[in-house]
Design a protein. Structure first.
Length: 446
């Protein structure tokens, strides 16, 4: 690592020793950026990196709400407005019991570079709460979302900060959040994306992250190996928004998806997953994935989500959560002949796992590039809302496809330019950083 990058990382480690996910993301990024810093010694005197790794603003707040039994519950809410150099803060909200400042900061830091890679004018942010949606009634979800927005509304807006979904926040939650925002500000503003299509949402946003991931991996396979998803065996972790639409697009391109998971376990269906069944269980009934066996008794269910990486596959798409693939999982995938790994989740591979894939010649599509289709389509939703028009599904999907193809080639080009051909981790970090760095330098010291 370059001396300047390493001194900035050491300071972060001293200042935030408990923020392990944030330090993990910062380590990977600063390592890649070393190559750029060697070319730009002027950045050091301007404190560019010190500013880049420190959020512009962090908002934390109490969220008090009443459960169905009439008992008051208290959660913590977060919004990390990380960087607004190239556009309004933009990024999802995560509702999961594991949420803490370290996780929101890692997601926010990744989001800055991801949003820059889309080529659209959006800055980086992330937010959420340690609220656990599992087992909550619909009215409890509504009361929580309203209570959360009661505290957040004054900090967001269509030109300031535009949240969207992430783990535990889908169309239903965005509806409750947006409805409450709209009534508080007394205006119908595009301050959230992922909205329903009857109230300002874009067609194709629901599918965008999963579809975009598959478009990126298809382009990577085609460019590097003249290959494609056709007739490939694919393993996908998770069974939420990203996993479902990655499965759908991979199947449309002729692949056989044989496994999906949730946090309790995974299903293996050697005949190919029946996606309609998964959608019924997950999108309609909100139940556990083991219910799949009630519909497809020939499939297998295994307790524990980790074992999914033992399944032999050509392409692995981790679409659940951070650090779900460690070094030993990576070794198993490599030993079983995996040719490509595409990260749908944010930071699903540990640094060691990602490096193993790259050093063993596995085509590796890093999250901030490969899962950028969701936020890119959020930016398309913002554009439509500003113009007060709606594009057709086909128009949005075509734009998404071309954005993902461009992101792949920009990563490939940056990797080549900096002497690391085929290393799309380095390529993504550098290609994303350059635009943000240029804008920050243009503003003077802020
Ligand atoms: P969902 O809430 O729709 O689904 C999450 C899935 O991951 C569920 O199957 C869930 O299982 C599983 N999961 C969550 N946490 C854990 C955990 N700690 N251990 C094991 N499994 C877990 O979320 P999304 O599909 O939207 O998000 C999935 C990933 O994709 C996240 O990393 C997110 O940051 C990333 N992402 C999402 C985008 C979007 O547009 N939605 C855009 C870009 C990235 P269970 O139900 O049992 O908890
Ligand atoms: O991680 C992500 O890019 C998202 N959760 C989507 C963010 C967005 O604003 O659409």
């Amino acid at each position: 690592m370059n001396r300047y990058a390493s001194s900035v990382l050491n300071t972060l480690k001293k200042k935030y020793p408990e923020q392990k996910e944030f330090l993990q993301a910062a380590t990977e990024i600063l390592d890649s950026l070393s190559l750029v810093l060697d070319k730009h010694p002027e950045y050091e005197n301007k404190g560019l990196l010190e500013r880049f790794v420190e959020p512009e603003r962090i908002i934390t707040f109490r969220v008090a709400w009443t459960d169905d039994a009439g008992k008051v519950q208290v959660n913590t809410g977060y919004r990390v407005q990380f960087n607004s150099a190239i556009g309004p803060y933009k990024g999802g909200l995560r509702f999961h019991p594991s949420v803490n400042l370290s996780i929101i900061k890692f997601l926010g830091l990744e989001q800055i570079l991801k949003n820059s890679l889309t080529g659209l004018p959006i800055g980086g942010a992330k937010g959420g709460s340690d609220f656990d949606p599992k087992g909550k009634s619909d009215t409890e979800i509504m009361r929580f979302c309203h209570a959360f927005m009661r505290m957040l509304w004054r900090h967001i807006g269509p030109d300031t900060d535009v949240p969207a979904g992430d783990i535990g926040v889908g169309g239903r939650e965005i509806g409750y959040l947006f409805g409450y925002y709209k009534s508080l500000v007394n205006a119908h503003l595009g301050a959230l994306t992922g909205r329903g299509t009857s109230y300002g949402g874009s067609l194709g946003r629901t599918e965008a992250t999963g579809y975009g991931l598959v478009y990126f991996v298809e382009e990577m396979l085609n460019t590097a190996k003249k290959d494609s998803f056709k007739d490939k065996t694919v393993v996908i972790s998770g069974s939420g928004n990203v996993a479902i639409y990655a499965t759908q697009k991979a199947q449309q391109l002729g692949a056989k998806v044989v496994a999906l998971s949730d946090s309790n376990g995974y299903i293996y269906d050697p005949n190919g997953i029946n996606l309609k069944v998964i959608q019924q269980i997950k999108e309609v009934e909100r139940k556990r994935i083991k219910e799949y066996l009630n519909y497809v008794p020939t499939a297998e269910y295994h307790e524990g989500c980790r074992g999914i990486w033992n399944i032999k596959c050509d392409i692995a798409l981790p679409c659940a959560t951070q650090n779900e693939i460690d070094e030993s999982d990576a070794r198993k995938l490599i030993a079983n002949g995996v040719i490509a790994v595409g990260e749908g989740a944010n930071m699903p591979s540990t640094i060691e796992a990602a490096n193993l894939f790259v050093s063993n010649g596995v085509l590796f599509a890093p999250a901030k590039a490969a899962n950028a289709g969701g936020v890119a389509t959020s930016a398309l939703e913002m554009a439509q809302a500003s113009q007060r028009i709606f594009w057709t599904f086909e128009e949005v999907d075509k734009k998404l496809h071309s954005i993902m193809v461009d992101i792949f080639h920009n990563c490939e080009k940056a990797a080549n330019e900096y002497g690391m051909p085929g290393n799309y981790i380095v390529g993504a970090n550098i290609a994303g950083f350059e635009k943000v760095a240029n804008a920050m330098m243009a503003y003077g010291v802020l």
